[in-house]
Design a protein around this ligand. Structure first.
Ligand SMILES: NC(=O)c1ccc[n+]([C@@H]2O[C@H](COP(=O)([O-])OP(=O)(O)OC[C@H]3O[C@@H](n4cnc5c(N)ncnc54)[C@H](OP(=O)(O)O)[C@@H]3O)[C@@H](O)[C@H]2O)c1
Length: 234
């Protein structure tokens, strides 16, 4: 795969489990990485991403004014944006009977609106350069909801529809928009939540990051509007 040297990649939710793996992969390929999130990064992550990399916390990506300000801060330092990777998101499981209607708003804000807003904030920069990559993180689980999974899967299905519509809207440019649909990821949170699970069936963040790196590369120029299942061997 060609080098990402000189390329600038924005990773939303970059301080999280998958986001940090994606950021590491892009950095290792030569890219300058800008990581955006709400809570601050861990001290370890902050120490790892010094130099040209940009780490911005306190950014609520469901708010266009927050996102636009953050993108302007990034471009003031990097002068360009080549790719946006929308990793920010979250998970809740609750039945409609026992759950809160507000959970549906929460899931739509965390999973779908963050991708919509970050994409809208970045779009003028990609259109000005005439080239770019957007990769959204959906979820394999969005194909069919089980009990308690309504709000989460509906919001992640929305991420796939956003991917398709934006890919079609940008079809005239060398700007591609694709989604990855992970299965259960091997994260510290999932290990804590599911102590009896067979973790060998889970997909590693680093393996997902390899697929994301391909999708932001020049070689993926013919892939547009796709949703790629990334389940590992599970
Ligand atoms: N873990 C899995 O098994 C799995 C499976 C399929 C898909 N996914 C998807 O993969 C992505 C990453 O998951 P993960 O396990 O790495 O989760 P994670 O560690 O919780 O990372 C998600 C990050 O998104 C950030 N975020 C959420 N809402 C935000 C907002 N409004 N503004 C700014 N940042 C926001 C969070 O920051 P704050 O904590 O500061 O809010 C967090 O750092 C998510 O989209 C998730 O839905 C995960």
């Amino acid at each position: 795969m060609s080098s990402m040297q000189g390329r600038v990649v924005i990773v939303t939710g970059g301080f999280g489990a998958l986001g940090s793996a994606v950021a590491r992969k892009c950095s290792a390929a030569g890219a300058t990485v800008a990581m955006l999130g709400r809570a601050p990064p861990s001290a370890t992550l902050a120490a790892e991403f010094t130099g040209p990399h940009v780490l911005l916390s306190g950014v609520d990506l469901a708010r266009l004014d927050d996102a636009s300000k953050a993108i302007a801060t990034v471009t003031a330092r990097t002068a360009r944006i080549d790719a946006l990777i929308n990793v920010a998101g979250g998970f809740r499981s609750e039945t409609l009977e026992h759950g809160d209607v507000a959970t549906w708003d929460l899931m739509f804000h965390m999973n779908l609106k963050t991708a919509v807003v970050a994409s809208k904030a970045v779009l003028p920069y990609l259109l000005a350069s005439g080239r770019g990559r957007i990769v959204n993180v959906g979820a394999g689980a969005a194909a069919r909801a089980g009990a308690g999974m309504g709000a989460y899967t509906a919001s992640k299905a929305g991420v796939e529809r956003l991917t398709e519509s934006l890919a079609a809207e940008l079809g005239a440019h060398d700007i591609t928009v694709n989604s990855i649909l992970p299965g259960v990821i091997d994260t510290p949170q999932n290990r804590a939540d599911m102590p009896d699970a067979d973790v060998k069936r889970w997909v590693q963040p680093d393996a997902i990051a390899d697929v994301v790196l391909f999708l932001v590369s020049d070689e993926a120029r013919a892939v547009n509007g796709a949703s790629v299942r990334v389940f590992g061997r599970g």
